[in-house]
Design a protein around this ligand. Structure first.
Ligand SMILES: O=c1[nH]cc([C@@H]2O[C@H](COP(=O)(O)OP(=O)(O)OP(=O)(O)O)[C@@H](O)[C@H]2O)c(=O)[nH]1
Length: 609
């Protein structure tokens, strides 16, 4: 995108938009700018009469909005953002300044003044560079304004009221939104359309060019484009980190450096290359691990538990509850806001619905256990993904297979992770096929019994046995639902490779087979097939690796997890079907559950030949 070079100058800075206007947010983010939004609390009450012109009022208001946010943020954690952007849009007609209407009558008053006439829209903008000097906030203010002329058609009273009743005028300067229904009122626009909407993007980019590429730094090109003013050349400027001078006196990335020298070299050859499109999605991927780690850390520190019990809370209050530093907690909470896990209001931070339901440690559908297991265990395995890619499946762990039973704590963490996942998918697994013909089922490696409960609930004639290792069953009590335990569910300790399998019409293998190499999978299916009577069934639920690249994208996490894991391997849906057929199961039906994340197969034991 042509503007990205100059917008790119702000990408490595912490930029804050001091505005609650959704339009400003949209205009700037669509231009590729990355920023936080901290609405200003500055009251727009400056004395209009004390300004020599309406635009001076808009500029001063924009500046005060931005300064208020910079000061507030600095006061909070003694660190200001690098850049704060403020803006204020006003409409002027007949010497009067119109801001946002306070009610419908006020909107009518404004629209009547604009009816059939030409008016001006001014947006004042302030770009404030901040730094800390001697323990004090130091600011460098750059301001500008843009004027656009707009003319309304002659409109009937009825149409004006219809427009007012739409509700659109209320949060808009002059009482109309040119980008929406209000566009129908407008006969013509002279000047920058986005300036009317609330942010003069073109002028803003030119200002950034002035700030980051001051005259004297592009002499070669200037000779070539003699007649074009320097500020108009921003489309051609290369986005090179450190390639511009610092408008705030050395806050970051000053002139010079290797990259800047590279740009000069290209210019000297007379060939100024257009930069490539700004790779925002790619940068998001590169930073993806930081987002996961922020979520893991907030879970581990029980931030979502604290805010589930008590909210809203300020950063310092949360810090007190989780015994952490105020500054660090503030950063973590803000990261969670950016990730959509928390909401921030004037009163402080609160959980989003999804965080309360899934990230606090105590809910029915909590994934807290899964998150802490990923943080403590899977994360480390993934640090060795390169080894797994070079050497193949199971190599990443160097032959070390984790035994969850090594300590009570590890076992409980493992069970919590499994339980959270199973609770989310159990109903879908239980209902993917009609299992009502089976009156008994045995869930092999059924762990906490989450799937067993769903099967018993869904099929009132079915008795379900959960068959798992004694070390696992020792801990199942704390995972059982409240109320009277179901008489149709029983827990039987045993090892499905060694011990006699409980008798059942249906055997369930949910997330079991991937954990074992082929020889053991054959051994298990052989035992199961021998135990299953003709007409009996086997139900397999697994994450699969898919050959189809489109499906692979959605299965990416599963496919890589299966690669780095210390034992077992990933298989495709077709491989699982083959396995069942090899062991005498026929009429294999296939279904998907949990948004395609789980591949389900139901096979029926054929009569032996
Ligand atoms: O055609 C349109 N004209 C104006 C707007 C929107 O109007 C408001 C102007 O108000 P202000 O500059 O005071 O900004 P606020 O919304 O109060 O947000 P701040 O937090 O920045 O003060 C502005 O939102 C324009 O976008 C419009 O949408 N269309």
């Amino acid at each position: 995108m042509a503007l990205s070079p100059v917008i790119g100058k702000l990408l490595h800075k912490r930029v804050v938009l001091a505005s609650a206007s959704p339009r400003r947010r949209e205009i700037l983010s669509q231009a590729g700018l990355r920023f936080e939004v901290v609405p200003s609390r500055f009251k727009e009450t400056l004395d209009k009469a004390s300004f020599p012109a309406p635009y001076a009022y808009a500029m001063e208001t924009a500046k005060q909005k931005a300064l208020e946010v910079a000061a507030r943020m600095y006061q909070k954690d003694l660190r200001a953002p690098d850049v704060v952007i403020g803006a204020d849009t006003i409409v002027t007609v007949g010497g009067l300044i119109l801001e946002k209407p306070v009610d419908k009558q006020d909107a009518y008053r404004m629209l009547s003044m604009l009816n059939g006439k030409e008016h001006s829209v001014f947006t004042g903008v302030a770009i404030i560079h901040c730094c800390s000097k001697g323990g004090q906030l130091d600011t460098d203010v750059c301001q500008f304004h843009e004027e656009t002329t707009v003319r309304f058609s002659r409109l009937s009273e009825e149409l004006l009221w219809e427009y007012i009743d739409s509700g659109e005028p209320m949060d808009k300067a002059g009482g109309y939104g040119i980008q929406a229904l209000g566009g129908m009122l407008v006969e013509y626009v002279h000047g920058d359309f986005l300036n009317v909407v609330g942010f003069p993007l073109n002028h803003f980019c030119k200002k950034l060019v002035e700030l980051y590429y001051p005259p004297g730094r592009h002499d070669v090109r200037r000779v070539k484009h003699d007649s074009i003013p320097a500020v108009d050349t921003f489309e051609d400027l290369s986005d090179v980190e450190g390639g511009g001078s610092d408008p705030a006196g050395g806050i970051e990335g000053g002139p010079g450096g290797q990259a800047a020298a590279g740009t000069r070299g290209a210019e000297a050859n007379g060939a100024v290359e257009s930069p490539p499109p700004f790779p925002a999605d790619l940068l998001g991927l590169i930073d993806g691990f930081k987002a996961s780690k922020a979520l893991f850390t907030a879970c581990k520190l029980k931030v979502f538990d604290v805010l589930k019990d008590e909210a809203p809370l300020k950063a310092a209050e949360v810090a007190g509850r989780i015994d952490a530093s105020v500054c660090g907690t503030g950063r973590l909470l803000d990261a969670c806001v950016a990730l959509g896990l928390l909401e921030k209001t004037d009163g402080g931070y609160r959980n989003t619905e999804v965080a309360s339901r899934h990230l606090a440690s105590d809910g029915e559908y909590s994934l807290h256990g899964l998150v802490t297991r990923h943080d403590d265990h899977t994360w480390e395995l993934f640090t060795r993904l390169e080894v797994a890619v070079r050497q193949g499946p199971n190599a990443a762990a160097g032959g070390k297979v984790e035994d969850p039973a090594q300590s009570q704590q590890t076992m409980l963490q493992f069970m919590r992770a499994m339980h959270g996942l199973s609770k989310l998918t159990a109903r879908r697994v239980a209902t993917a096929f009609d299992l009502s013909r089976f009156t008994s089922a045995c869930d092999l490696g059924g762990c906490t019994g989450a799937l067993a409960h769903e099967l018993a609930h869904e099929y009132p004639r079915m008795r379900v046995t959960v068959f798992d290792l004694p070390d696992v069953l020792e801990h199942v009590a704390c995972f059982q639902p409240g109320g009277r335990p179901s008489e149709r569910i029983s827990f039987v300790p045993g090892d499905f490779f060694k011990d006699s399998l409980p008798e059942a019409e249906l055997y369930v293998l949910s997330r079991i087979l991937h954990d074992w190499p082929d020889d053991q999978v054959h051994a298990l299916l052989g035992r199961l097939s021998g135990r299953c009577k003709p007409g009996g069934g086997v139900l397999v639920a697994e994450e699969t690796v898919d050959e189809d690249p489109a499906a692979a994208r959605s299965n990416l996490a599963a496919a890589l997890s299966l690669l780095v894991r210390p034992r077992g391997r990933g298989r495709s849906g077709a491989e699982y079907r083959d396995l069942l057929e090899q062991h005498g199961f026929r009429d294999v039906q296939v279904a998907a559950a949990a948004g395609g994340a789980l591949h389900l197969l139901l096979g029926t034991r054929a009569s032996p030949p």
